[in-house]
Write a protein that binds this ligand. Structure first.
Ligand SMILES: [Zn+2]
Length: 230
């Protein structure tokens, strides 16, 4: 999974540590083209965090041109703020078939939030988004990729089924939350796509192997039981 933040320049002040996660339009198009040309081999998943206006102004158009799907994890507490997606834009993206998930309300570290704030961030953002898009929202991307057991339990309790971190590694099918590669400026798009491609291939092989081992184990158990029963 490849995760993007902003594309181009933000039309608002950057948050601390945010700047490196903005990539140029050129870098973005490079990644998309590589994803597109490899999509017959590997099923890439693309996500966008933070609900920046560039999701609507740049990303959605370019995704559409290449018939690529994506999920947008938006900040339900920032719809009125400059530089962020508005409710109307989020509704439009959802209407076009893009997935909308929660990134919380105000972009805070969930591990540092008290129980009340955490509940607002998770359940509060969920109900706002469901109201905006008119359908259930059951996916969330964890801000800053910071989580602990309490955060994961709260996510489950709030009804999130699909949860994404920023742990850059291959997706292992059973992993929860699902790891993602976060794209940074100055990236080597070819290398990134290769890494993800290999990760996905590795995961697929791994699964096939596991299934095969399971199947042959159960076959041998059945055989053994038959022998015993004889
Ligand atoms: Zn974020």
């Amino acid at each position: 999974m490849i995760n993007f933040h902003g594309i181009g320049e933000a039309s608002r002040p950057y948050e601390a540590g945010e700047r490196p996660f903005w990539i140029s339009r050129h870098e973005f198009l490079n990644v998309l083209d590589l994803v597109r040309s490899n999509s017959d081999v590997v099923d890439f998943k693309l996500t966008f965090d933070d609900g920046n206006s560039s999701d609507y102004e740049i990303a959605a158009q370019e995704l559409r041109k290449r018939s690529l799907e994506a999920s947008f994890f938006v900040l339900a507490g920032k719809f009125q703020q400059p530089g962020y997606l508005t409710q109307t834009q989020v509704r439009e993206l959802a209407g076009e078939g893009f997935q909308i998930g929660s990134h919380g309300l105000n972009h805070v570290d969930w591990t540092g939030a008290d129980d009340r704030e955490l509940a607002d961030e998770l359940s509060g953002s969920k109900s706002i988004l469901e109201e905006v898009v008119g359908r259930p929202v059951a996916s969330a991307a964890i801000p800053f990729g910071l989580y602990d057991r309490r955060v994961l339990n709260a996510l489950r309790r709030a009804g999130y089924r699909d949860v994404y971190s920023s742990d850059g590694s291959a997706r292992l099918s059973k992993a929860w939350p699902t790891p993602r590669y976060s794209v940074q400026g100055g990236l080597d798009a070819g290398r990134l796509v290769e890494t993800v491609r290999h990760g996905r291939l590795f995961d697929r092989l791994n699964n096939e192997l596991r299934l095969r081992v399971k199947a042959s184990l159960s076959r041998s158990i059945v055989r053994r039981m038959k022998q015993l029963g004889r």
